[in-house]
Design a protein around this ligand. Structure first.
Ligand code: KG4
Ligand code: ZN
Length: 334
């Protein structure tokens, strides 16, 4: 089964072709980082416009790299949500047009399910049931993947997403965009124990996350300590990163022990973070849990993960009508 997948939910325009939903024949990702960098965050209108410019060449490149022609395809998958509406609309319109003209089955994919499916594109895919920590620029949530295509929401952020916190703190420190990779690099020369940023505690003991408190403490600290030396910036980056990692690891391990789930998946853009990968691996080993983490290029937004999820949904008989619409708040589970 050959499927073309299209992803345009945020600021990456991506297309991929997969065989049987697991073999990546091509995966093209056109990043818009340079466009949004001057603003320190994604500017929705600029994102939509850039998607519109590059999406057809990106799809062409994915087909060419895979040596596949549109008539050869068995289906088309597209990210339907969640994400920026203007961005999603571009991918949906292109996917629908191709499906209509070439009479191909179409399926809408949840972007977060896509992130989880990145784990199935490795040599060591997880068996169900497993607990997935999806940490990205727009989302931070724990999903219990009980069986293929069946998810329950275990916990989520009550305010900012973890990636959003990385991006905002990087902006506060004048480091640039996107913040995650820059904070990680800056933190290497810093002391993670230099400053103790307070971790949020849920008074109702829910397995939810909260990152706005840490972000605010960093902001207050920066204001008090300004002007900052390079070493202070590195120490803040390292201490902030350590706080985020600690909260993510603590909540994830706790939830898996409570649910009795033995396997963990770590995915989403923030899962590219080295210290997070290492800390969750150590905690998992300590508690006898198996951890599956896709390589960084599959953790950040790409279309291979969308195509993998879409292929399984097409194989299960799912079909989207040509009236398919973008769902900016699309939920994966409740
Ligand atoms: O999954 P993703 O590519 O897009 C969304 O669906 O949001 O995630 C992007 C987020 C950004 O906030 C970025 O700063 C963060 O992932 N990120 C990282 C790293 N690489 C990307 N955060 C921490 N460390 C990284 N190495
Ligand atoms: Zn994403």
């Amino acid at each position: 089964m050959l499927v073309l997948g299209i992803e345009s939910s945020c600021d990456e325009t991506a297309a991929a072709v997969l065989a049987e939903g697991r073999r990546v024949l091509s995966s093209v990702v056109a990043s818009q980082d340079a466009i949004h960098a001057p603003y320190g965050g994604v500017v929705p209108e600029l994102a939509s416009r850039r998607h519109l410019e590059v999406i057809v060449p990106v799809v062409q490149q994915a087909l060419e790299d895979a040596a596949v022609r549109l008539p050869d395809l068995d289906g088309i998958a597209v990210t339907q949500g969640p994400g920026l509406v203007g961005s999603l609309l571009v991918g949906c319109a292109v996917a629908k047009s191709l499906a209509y003209v070439h009479r191909k089955p179409l399926v809408g994919v949840n972007h977060l399910e896509g992130h989880i499916y990145a784990a199935f594109l490795t040599d060591d895919p997880p068996a169900h049931p497993f607990l997935a920590l999806v940490v990205s620029g727009g989302h931070t949530a724990l999903y219990h993947a009980r069986a293929p295509l069946a998810y329950a929401l275990v916990g989520q952020t009550r305010d900012d997403a973890a990636g959003e916190a990385f991006d905002k703190v990087a902006k506060l420190l004048g480091l640039g965009f996107p913040g995650g990779p820059i904070i990680e690099r800056t933190a290497r020369t810093g002391d993670p124990k230099a400053i103790t940023f307070p971790l949020a505690h849920m008074t109702d003991r829910a397995p939810d996350f909260s990152f706005s408190g840490v972000k605010t403490s960093v902001s207050l600290y920066v204001k008090r300590a300004a002007p900052l030396s390079a070493q202070q910036v590195a120490d803040i980056a390292a201490s902030f990163q350590a706080a985020i990692v600690k909260m993510l690891v603590r909540k994830t391990v706790k939830a898996s022990l409570r649910l009795g789930v033995k396997r963990l998946v770590l995915t989403g853009g923030v899962a590219a973070n080295g210290p997070l990968r290492a800390a969750l691996a150590a905690a998992a080993a300590e508690h006898g849990l198996t951890l599956h983490v896709p390589p960084p290029r599959l953790c950040t937004d790409n279309a291979a993960m969308i195509t993998a999820a879409g292929t399984d949904r097409l194989a299960a008989g799912e079909r989207a009508a040509l009236t398919l619409n973008a769902l900016p708040d699309m939920a994966l589970a409740v």
